[in-house]
Design a protein. Structure first.
Length: 390
C-alpha cells in the first residue's frame, strides 16, 4: 500500500511539473491576456480616449400629425327636392361659382308666376286707392266730403301700398328659392365624393358633394410639453411624409392645449404639395436641449454594472519605470456611470468621471478591476513600462 501511494504521489508531482513547464514556454499566457508569440508583451493592449466634459446635450423629439386640406366642405341644398342634374363627378376640378347640381324647380316656377300675379294685383289696388284718395282730398277742400271720409281714403291708399310691398317680398322669396335650387362651388376645389345621383329625393342640408380646396395642404401636429414655446409662426421646418423630407413653414401655433394629450397644435404650410395627400402621416423633429453636465462615451467603452448603472474602465499610469515585467503601462480602475441618453454608437453619461481622465474603448469584456494593461498611446510615446520592452 505504501509503495502504491508513493507511485501515485510521484505521478501527480510529475504532472504538475510538466504543466508548469508548458505554461513557462514562450508565447503562453494566463489570466485575461490572449496567447502571444515570442517577443510580444503579455499585458493586454488597449485603446483609450480622453474624457471631455460637455454642458448639456440635445435630444431630437419626434411628433406625428396629419396632412389636412386647407378647406373642405360637404355641400348641399338649403331646400329639399328631387335632383334633376348633377354635373360633376369624383375627381373633377371645379371653379368658384360653377353650377354643380340643380333641383327640380317646377313647383317654384309655378309659385313664381303666382307671386308675380299677386304683385301686379297689389299694384293695381294701390293705384286705385291712390286715385280715390286724390279725389277725396279735392272734394274735402271744397267742403263736399267730410273729414272722416278723407281719413278712410288715406288709410286705403296706405294699405294698398303696403300690399304691394308684401307681394313684392313674397315674389323675392320665390326667386331666392329658385336661386338656391342651383348648387354652386364655394371656391376652386376638387370633388372627392359624390353622394347622390339624378332622381334622388334629397332633404334640406343633405351633403350631395364633398369638396376639397385646390391649394397646397397644411399639416397639423400636436407638440407636447414646453417645446411648443420654442416654435413660432414663420419658422422654417423640415417634415417627413412617406419617408421623404419636405420643406414647410409654421403658419400658426394655436393658443390652446389639448386636455387629453396635453399637446399644442402647430399648423405648418407645405411649400410643395405634389407628394402630399390629405390623410398622410407627417413627422416633425424638434430639438430639446437638456441642461445636464456629463460626457459623451462610445457604447463599447461601457460594461453593464449593478443597480441599473454602467461601468467604464479608467486607466492610471503605473509609477516608476519598468516596474511591470509584462510590459504594462497603466492600471485599470472601474467607475460607475449613469446613462442619460443614447445617440447612435455614443451615450451621454454622468457619474464618477473627471475631465481629462482616460477611459478604455476596446476589450472591456476582457478586463477585470485593477488589471495592469498596456495603453497604445503610451507605448507610442515610449512611456512607463513600455520603455525597454520594445
Amino acid at each position: 500500500m505504501t509503495t502504491a501511494k508513493s507511485l501515485n504521489a510521484l505521478k501527480l508531482l510529475a504532472f504538475l511539473m510538466a504543466g508548469a513547464a508548458v505554461m513557462a514556454l514562450p508565447g503562453c499566457e494566463v489570466g485575461n491576456s490572449a496567447p502571444v508569440g515570442e517577443g510580444e508583451k503579455s499585458a493586454l493592449l488597449v485603446d483609450v480616449e480622453t474624457a471631455v466634459p460637455v454642458a448639456g446635450y440635445s435630444v431630437q423629439r419626434e411628433f406625428v400629425g396629419r396632412v389636412e386640406a386647407t378647406r373642405q366642405s360637404e355641400v348641399g341644398f338649403e331646400l329639399g327636392g328631387e335632383l334633376m342634374t348633377v354635373s360633376v363627378d369624383e375627381g373633377d376640378e371645379v371653379a368658384a361659382g360653377e353650377v354643380l347640381a340643380i333641383l327640380d324647380t317646377a313647383r317654384l316656377e309655378a309659385r313664381l308666376a303666382e307671386a308675380e300675379a299677386a304683385v301686379a294685383q297689389a299694384i293695381s289696388a294701390r293705384d286705385l286707392a291712390s286715385r280715390s284718395y286724390d279725389r277725396a282730398a279735392e272734394a274735402s277742400a271744397e267742403g263736399a266730403v267730410a273729414g272722416q271720409e278723407l281719413d278712410i281714403a288715406l288709410e286705403g291708399a296706405n294699405s294698398a301700398r303696403a300690399g304691394v310691398t308684401a307681394a313684392t317680398a313674397r315674389l323675392n322669396t320665390v326667386r331666392v328659392d329658385l336661386e338656391k335650387s342651383r348648387l354652386l362651388a364655394p371656391y376652386d376645389a376638387v370633388v372627392v365624393d359624390r353622394r347622390a345621383d339624378e332622381g334622388n329625393i334629397v332633404a334640406a342640408g343633405f351633403p350631395v358633394l364633398h369638396l376639397q380646396e385646390l391649394v397646397a395642404p397644411e399639416i397639423r401636429i400636436g407638440v407636447a410639453g414646453v417645446l411648443a414655446d420654442s416654435i413660432a409662426p414663420g419658422d422654417p421646418k423640415v417634415v417627413t411624409i412617406g419617408g421623404k423630407e419636405q420643406q414647410a413653414v409654421v403658419r400658426a401655433v394655436l393658443p390652446v392645449r389639448d386636455p387629453t394629450t396635453r399637446t399644442v397644435d402647430v399648423i405648418l404650410a407645405l411649400q410643395d404639395s405634389s407628394t402630399a395627400v390629405p390623410g398622410d402621416l407627417a413627422r416633425l423633429s424638434v430639438a430639446q436641449v437638456i441642461d445636464e453636465d456629463g460626457y459623451w462615451l462610445p457604447t463599447n467603452a461601457l460594461a453593464e454594472g449593478s443597480r441599473g448603472l454602467w461601468t467604464a474602465n479608467i486607466v492610471r499610469p503605473l509609477d516608476g519605470v519598468d516596474i511591470a515585467s509584462n510590459g504594462a503601462t497603466h492600471i485599470v480602475e472601474p467607475r460607475a456611470l449613469e446613462v442619460l441618453y443614447k445617440k447612435g454608437d455614443s451615450v451621454f453619461v454622468r457619474g464618477a468621471l473627471s475631465a481629462g481622465e482616460q477611459f478604455v474603448t476596446t476589450g472591456t469584456q476582457r478586463i477585470v478591476p485593477y488589471q495592469q494593461v498596456r495603453v497604445a498611446t503610451a507605448l507610442a510615446r515610449g512611456e512607463g513600462g513600455a520603455k525597454g520592452h520594445e
